[in-house]
Design a protein around this ligand. Structure first.
Ligand code: XMP
Length: 548
């Protein structure tokens, strides 16, 4: 088996490089820059000045990070990066490493400073323009602090515990803050970032949805030329947006393949066909493989085995179809930025020690090769959603909740049969109907949906559904009940609904009793064979979101 070669997408003309000294900060910074309509990208902190210069960023941000500059394995900075004649802005660790590199001094504090602090400005500062002279709140999270600025630097603001809270060398365009401008708790953080980008680095806020679409369309056309492209639709957001975008760029040179394994939720396969074939007019091959999958999974109880069989068979069918299409050179897919960040940086070609193969790696059969088209590989999830909306995809596709690739197959505990699958689909449809309605009222109340729909911005708020994921599970353990005058021995349905922001941790949703009651009544009343409904009240950890 081999895996696909990734095409290296070009940068937009202007971009901000965020050097990553500690991942949790870097992603947030990249988001904040993009919120100001400037493209930004995260790069490893150990990138060399030469590598960085070759990428020609318009500005550089040094992120915060958990280390002390004195720690043995502390991330370092190639000093030449500060002499590239590109404006630099360092946050927290970024300030400390900048100061240390240029001959300033970093001190250890007895105690760390975590939380709000009050900033007092002194002298003029373009970076701090538009922010109050006294009394603004900034957010600190540090132990070490800079106690001596490098030569040529002015101190333009301080707090009680950080005398050098803002330092700047306007001649060389080097700026740094001890606090974190990227967090919402820093009252004027976005103003400072905006001053840095627009007044100091003279960037233009041109990374808007319209421009992004145009740019991507050009990029796809120039990569693909007259070639043909194939794309596997899963029913999920990413592949749907990738399909809409590639189709906008090259029209009928794109063929989509939808392998219906039978484990999507009620109504979803029909929706995929409707949206792509009828609304978008994309050539679509639908492979109805339900029977084949049920056969392959007969008697299989182990969840990992199920996942493996479903995944392997998907690619087998997909490549069969690709072969039938004949002359196809490219394979497009909806890889998104977090997949790339997690799997290490492709841009610099560096292998990082934490490489984790991302889920979109394709097991090409021996002798088969496609060039990859990955137009979303620099977008965060909410940017993908915004892009989807601007390409005209329906809201329920764009705001679809996360759904596992193996689908309902891992929500039927133990072996899968046609009957169980039909029963789970019906119960799940009721859970969704009831909770869609409940979620919509909450969503309306927070205004998040309106915001997402109105803005022509790449950085619309994250999906922001108050309830992150909700579904039914068929545990396969029967229980006794009584209906009319008769005892029954029927299936149990588990309702799972969780709140989460990234699926890494989750809490069970505190749904109103009326909503739970209505779900329970409807499932028992409308789905024959079910006589009991229970609600899963476990958080993650210790449980997981899914049951298998
Ligand atoms: P767990 O159950 O691990 O799930 O808490 C975390 C998130 O991942 C989804 N999930 C999957 N997604 N293939 C996928 O594409 C899978 O095999 C899979 N298993 C779990 C799950 O729905 C949740 O959003």
């Amino acid at each position: 088996m081999t895996t696909g070669q990734h095409h290296q997408n070009a940068h937009p003309q202007q971009f901000v490089a965020v050097l990553d000294f500690g991942a949790q900060y870097a992603q947030l910074i990249a988001r904040r820059v993009r919120d100001l309509y400037v493209y930004s990208e995260i790069l490893p902190a150990d990138i060399t000045a030469k590598e960085l210069r070759d990428l020609s960023p318009s500005a550089i941000i040094l992120s915060g990070g958990p280390a002390s500059v004195y720690a043995e394995d502390a991330p370092t900075l190639d000093p030449e990066i500060l002499h590239l004649d590109i404006p630099v802005f360092g946050f927290c660790y970024g300030e400390q490493i900048l100061a240390q590199t240029l001959g300033g001094h970093v001190a250890h504090a007895e105690k760390g400073e975590y939380g709000p602090a009050t900033l007092t400005r002194s002298g003029n500062s373009i970076l701090l323009e538009g922010t109050p002279k006294e009394g603004q709140t900034v957010w600190m999270s540090h132990r070490d602090y800079v106690d001596q600025a490098p030569e040529g630097f002015a101190v333009t603001a301080s707090t009680e515990h950080a005398p050098l809270a803002v330092i700047e060398n306007t001649e060389q365009n080097l700026y740094a803050t001890q606090f974190h401008p990227e967090v919402a708790h820093t009252q004027y953080g976005q103003q400072m970032l905006s001053n840095f980008l627009f007044q100091i680095a003279h960037l233009k806020p041109t990374w808007t949805m319209d421009n992004i679409v145009q740019e991507k369309v050009q990029e796809i056309r120039s990569q693909v030329g007259n070639g043909n492209v194939i794309l596997g639709l899963s029913g999920g957001v990413d592949s749907a947006v990738a399909a809409a975008l590639v189709h906008k760029a090259i029209g009928d040179q794109l063929t989509c393949v939808f392998v219906n394994h039978g484990f999507l939720r009620k109504g979803e396969p029909e929706q995929v066909e409707h949206v792509f074939r009828e609304v978008f007019g994309i050539p679509l091959v639908v492979v109805n493989a339900q029977e084949r999958y049920l056969d392959l999974l007969k008697g299989v109880r182990d969840p990992e085995q199920k996942r493996k069989i479903i995944g392997t068979e998907f690619w087998r069918i997909f490549f069969e179809e690709a072969k039938k299409l004949g002359d196809v050179q490219f394979l497009a897919q909806g890889t998104i930025y977090p997949d790339i960040i997690e799997s290490g940086s492709r841009k610099t070609g560096k292998e990082t020690s934490t490489i984790k193969s991302h889920h979109n790696l394709i097991p090409f059969p021996e002798g088969v090769h496609f060039d990859l088209v990955e137009p979303l590989d620099h977008f965060f999830k909410d940017e993908v959603r915004a892009l989807g909306l601007s390409l005209g995809l329906p809201e329920d596709v764009v705001f679809r909740q996360p759904f596992p690739g193996p689908g309902l197959a891992i929500r039927i505990i133990g072996d899968i049969t046609q009957e169980k699958l039909a029963l789970l689909k019906d119960a799940d449809a009721i859970v969704r109907e009831e909770l869609d309605a409940y979620n919509a009222t909450l969503f309306q109340a927070t205004g998040a949906r309106d915001k997402a729909l109105e803005q022509d911005a790449p950085g619309v708020p994250a999906c922001a559904y108050p309830v992150w994921q909700y579904f039914a599970v068929l545990p396969g353990s029967k229980s006794v009940g009584v209906m009319g005058d008769e005892r029954t021995y029927g299936e149990v349905i588990v309702v799972r609904a969780v709140e989460s922001s990234d699926a890494m941790t989750a809490d069970w949703a505190k749904l109103p009793y009326e909503v739970l009651s209505s779900i329970s009544r409807r499932i028992v009343g409308e789905v024959p064979g079910v006589n009991r409904v229970v609600y899963d009240i476990t958080s993650k950890p210790p449980a997981t979101i899914e049951w298998e």
